[in-house]
Design a protein around this ligand. Structure first.
Ligand code: GLY
Ligand code: MN
Ligand code: MN
Length: 436
C-alpha cells in the first residue's frame, strides 16, 4: 500500500503535469529490463520519471496521462501466479487501480490496441523519442494507426513534444516531501561516512570500506547506492571516477570516499577525504585546508539569485589563491582563472543538481544564460585538488594526493541548508572521527 502522504504527493505531481499538458497526452514507458546473461537480469530500478508520477516499481508498464476525465491510465503486467513464483509479486490491473490510484488499468498486452483509442482526437503527444528505441517502433506504429482512423473524420497527433520540458522542470524544484526524503538519504550517508572513518586502518583493502558503507546503507533501509562507491586511497584518489576499490591502503596516505545512499528513490552524494592512519601529513594538511576553504566559500554562495557558475568561481578563486601561495602556480588569481591554469589540479565543475538521480535533471541554462538558483533546488558543492603522481613541477611530498570534499545543499529563501554537514570535515573533526 502506498502511504497516504505519498499518494497525495503523487496526485499533486500528476495534477501539476496535467495543468501543463493542456489538451496534450503524456505517454511514458517504464525502465526496460536489461539482460545480464541467460536468465539473469541486471538489477531493475524504475525510471525516475516513471516513479515520480506513479510510485510504481514494476517493469514492463506504460503510463498514459492527460487532463481528461479518467486521465490517469496504467498499462501493467497481468497477475500470473506461475510467473510470480519465479519473479515476485505483481500488482496487476486491480492493484494498479486500488493501490496506485489509476483511473483505469489495462494489461500491457493490450497496449497497441488501447493506445490507438486513447490517442484518437489527440493532436499533441508528449513522448520522448530516442530513449527507448524498441518502444519507439511500437509507438510510431500506433501513431500510424491513429492517423489511418483520420479517414473517418477524427484528429490525430501532429505534434510530438519532449516530455522532459515539463517533467524535469518540476523535478528540479523539490517539494517539502522530497526534501524530507533527501534528508533521510543524507543522514544514512553521513552515518556511513563516519563509520568508515572510524573503521579504516592501514593494511585494510579499499573494498573492505566499500562493503562497510554498503552495510550501513542497507541496514538503514536504503535500497541501493545512488552511484557506484568510489573508495580511492593514495594515488587512486586522483582518479575522478575510480571504481576498482581493490588496493591495500597504507599508513601516511589519504582515502577519498565518494559514496551516497539512495533512499526512497532520492540520492545523497557525499565525499570525504581522510588519513588512512588517522593523522594528516603537513603536505596533506596544506592541500586539505585549501579545499575546505574553497568549499565553504562556495557554499556561502548557494543563495537564491546566484548561479552555479558563481558557486564554482568562488571555489576556484580560493583554490587558485592557495596553489599560488604554495608555489604550484604563478601569476595572480585572476590570471590563473582566466588562463584556465587550475585545470591540471581542479578539472571538474563544483556543482550539479541532485535529486532522484545523482546528476539530476533540469536545465542548467535558460535563454543561454546560467540559470539562477531558486528555493527548492538541491545541489552538490564538491571542489577538489588532485596532484598527478608524476607531476614533477610540485615538491615530491604533494605528488599523488587527491582531495575532494562534497556536501549536499538545499537552496532556501535564506541560508543554504547543508543536509550532509554531519559528516566530519574540519581537520580536527576528521582526525577525531578517525580515532573512532
Ligand atoms: N559521485 C558523482 C559525483 O560526485 O558527481
Ligand atoms: Mn560524489
Ligand atoms: Mn557529485
Amino acid at each position: 500500500m502506498l502511504n497516504q502522504d505519498f499518494r497525495r504527493e503523487l496526485e499533486a505531481r500528476r495534477a501539476a503535469v496535467c495543468a501543463q499538458l493542456g489538451d496534450g497526452v503524456l505517454v511514458l514507458p517504464s525502465a526496460p529490463v536489461a539482460l545480464r546473461n541467460n536468465d539473469v537480469d541486471h538489477e531493475f530500478r524504475q525510471s525516475s520519471d516513471f516513479f515520480y508520477l506513479t510510485g510504481f516499481e514494476e517493469p514492463d508498464c506504460v503510463l498514459v496521462l492527460s487532463g481528461r476525465p479518467e486521465g490517469y491510465v496504467l498499462f501493467v503486467r497481468r497477475r500470473d501466479p506461475e510467473r510470480e513464483i519465479w519473479d515476485g509479486r505483481r500488482a496487476g490491473l486491480e492493484g494498479a487501480v486500488e493501490i496506485f490510484g489509476a483511473d483505469r488499468a489495462f494489461g500491457i498486452d493490450e497496449l497497441d490496441q488501447k493506445l490507438v483509442d486513447l490517442l484518437e482526437n489527440v493532436t499533441r503527444v508528449h513522448y520522448r523519442i530516442g530513449e527507448r528505441k524498441d518502444f519507439d517502433a511500437r509507438f510510431l506504429d500506433v501513431l500510424d494507426r491513429v492517423r489511418a482512423r483520420g479517414r473517418t473524420g477524427s484528429d490525430w497527433p501532429t505534434e510530438i513534444v519532449d516530455p522532459r520540458v515539463i517533467l524535469h522542470e518540476l523535478r528540479l524544484l523539490k517539494s517539502p516531501f522530497e526534501i524530507e526524503r533527501m534528508r533521510e538519504a543524507a543522514e544514512i550517508t553521513v552515518e556511513a561516512h563516519r563509520a568508515a572513518m572510524a573503521a579504516c586502518r592501514p593494511g585494510m583493502y579499499e573494498y573492505e570500506i566499500e562493503a562497510l558503507l554498503l552495510h550501513r546503507f542497507r541496514r538503514a533501509g536504503s535500497q541501493r547506492v545512488a552511484y557506484p562507491s568510489i573508495v580511492g586511497s593514495g594515488p587512486n584518489a586522483t582518479i575522478l571516477h575510480y571504481r576498482e576499490n581493490d588496493r591495500r591502503m597504507q599508513d601516511g596516505e589519504l582515502l577519498l570516499i565518494d559514496a551516497g545512499a539512495e533512499f526512497a528513490y532520492y540520492a545523497a552524494d557525499v565525499t570525504r577525504t581522510f588519513p588512512v592512519g588517522g593523522k594528516f601529513t603537513p603536505a596533506q594538511r596544506d592541500l586539505y585546508r585549501i579545499v575546505l576553504d574553497a568549499q565553504l566559500a562556495a557554499i556561502a554562495r548557494c543563495r537564491v539569485g546566484e548561479t552555479l557558475d558563481a558557486v564554482h568561481e568562488a571555489a576556484a578563486r580560493v583554490i587558485a589563491g592557495g596553489l599560488l601561495e604554495l608555489g604550484f602556480l604563478s601569476g595572480t588569481v585572476d590570471e590563473v582563472i582566466e588562463q584556465k591554469g587550475l585545470k591540471p589540479f581542479f578539472m571538474h565543475r563544483t556543482s550539479h543538481w541532485l535529486g532522484m538521480d545523482v546528476h539530476d535533471v533540469g536545465r542548467y541554462h535558460r535563454e543561454r544564460q546560467p540559470r539562477r538558483l531558486e528555493p527548492g533546488m538541491v545541489i552538490t558543492v564538491e571542489p577538489g585538488i588532485y596532484v598527478a603522481e608524476g607531476d614533477e613541477n610540485v615538491p615530491p611530498e604533494f605528488r599523488g594526493i587527491g582531495i575532494r570534499i562534497e556536501d549536499d545543499v538545499v537552496i532556501t529563501a535564506g541560508e543554504p541548508e547543508v543536509i550532509t554537514e554531519g559528516a566530519p570535515k574540519t581537520i580536527e573533526a576528521v582526525e577525531e572521527a578517525c580515532r573512532g
